[in-house]
Design a protein around this ligand. Structure first.
Ligand SMILES: [Zn+2]
Length: 80
């Protein structure tokens, strides 16, 4: 199994271009947010929790301060 590092998104930077995240941010019920103000509110909520970074999709070993700490690569398909 090889390890990969996911990219992470700086929340303060994301707030400045929230419209780029339309359809890419999900609420707790898994619904994609399509309203820019709703997306900004979601980002501000993360900041209020003390988070600095958002994980990329599929990242399971994420630190909201430091980003991806290294994930197992799942789609390897070749473990020889
Ligand atoms: Zn990761």
């Amino acid at each position: 199994m090889s390890k990969i590092l996911h990219i992470s998104v700086d929340i303060n930077g994301a707030l400045k271009c929230a419209k780029d995240f339309v359809g890419c941010v999900y609420d707790d019920s898994g619904r994609a947010l399509t309203d820019v103000e709703e997306i900004k509110a979601a980002f501000r909520q993360e900041l209020a929790l003390g988070h600095r970074l958002l994980p990329a999709a599929g990242c399971k070993n994420f630190d909201p301060q430091r980003g991806c700490l290294g994930c197992e690569k799942e789609d390897d398909g070749d473990d020889s």
